[in-house]
Design a protein around this ligand. Structure first.
Ligand code: KIV
Length: 280
């Protein structure tokens, strides 16, 4: 069996190779990502919107995240599997944060967890409990209401300096990697230079150590307006629609199933059934 990439291998990759991360919500998306040789599969809480039709990430629960992480774990082999800690699972106390992280590993099968914002004590305590932690700064969607919307962060020098400080402090707390979301490219480059752990950008410009996209956005599955940083690599929604329309037309026009798609009738059964029905 192929060895899983470890969090420390990911950290050591800084400066040597670009890192590829993609989100997954279930076994098929994780299996396809894994077989495409991505380095990290993130069961992101964005699945609240991408897979569950919610308006934002705030309502997804720890139990739901465990459920999806478990499904993704069934599809993964080589990639490092990281589970997002959902809103409410780490904000109330350090002990609660450690408990939630342990559940994502023990019940979900995650290899590491990700949490949002400058939560240094929580990061240090989870790492001390034996679970690698990925930080996430810049636009942190769980703070949607405080931020007043999904806005680019770090646009002035004070905000930018504060994000650089957050990155350094998360590194000191033990984070093995940092996700940088929706910040100007110059700040993405500056944070990447300021820390020894890798950075993975999502709307943070080309100079991060790697990039991540949400599976549904990358595959063209979403019917929502997409952020500026998304590049669609496929139109799966279009492909699926064409396939479903073809199936519906074949059923309605009696073209499906064809003979080759049916189990053969045992000899004599059709005649016997006709006789039996004739008698009733
Ligand atoms: O939930 C998610 O998909 C994420 C990525 C955007 C990094 O946190």
């Amino acid at each position: 069996m192929e060895a899983t990439i470890t969090a420390s291998e990911i950290t050591s990759a800084k400066g040597l190779r670009r890192l590829v991360m993609v989100t997954a919500t279930d076994e098929p998306s994780a299996r396809l990502a894994d077989r495409a040789d991505v380095d990290i599969i993130l069961v992101g809480d964005s699945l609240a919107m991408a897979a569950l039709g919610r308006r934002n990430t705030l309502t997804i629960t720890l139990d739901e995240m465990i459920h999806h992480t478990r499904a993704a774990a069934a599809g993964g082999r080589r990639a490092l599997l990281v589970a997002d800690m959902p809103f409410g699972s780490y904000q109330t106390s350090v002990a609660e944060a450690v408990r939630s992280a342990c559940r994502l590993v023990a019940e979900g099968g995650a290899h590491a967890v990700k949490l949002e914002g400058p939560r240094y004590d929580e990061v240090a305590a989870i790492v001390a409990a034996g679970v690698p932690v990925m930080g996430h700064i810049g636009l942190t969607p769980q703070s949607l209401h405080r931020l007043g919307g999904y806005r680019v962060q770090g646009r002035d020098i004070d905000q930018a300096s504060s994000l650089i400080e957050q990155a350094r402090s998360l590194e000191r707390a033990g984070a093995f990697l940092l996700v940088l979301e929706a910040i100007p490219p110059a700040l993405g480059a500056a944070i990447t230079l300021a820390v020894a752990v890798p950075t993975i950008g999502i709307g943070a410009g080309p100079n991060c150590d790697g990039q991540v996209l949400v599976f549904a956005d990358l595959m063209g599955l979403s019917d929502q307006p997409l952020p500026r940083f998304v590049r669609r690599y496929a139109d799966l929604a279009g492909t699926i629609r064409v396939a479903l329309e073809a199936f519906a037309a074949d059923v309605r026009e009696r073209r499906y199933p064809a003979e080759a798609e049916c189990y053969p009738d045992p000899p004599g059964l059709a005649d016997a059934l006709t006789k039996q029905l004739g008698r009733e």
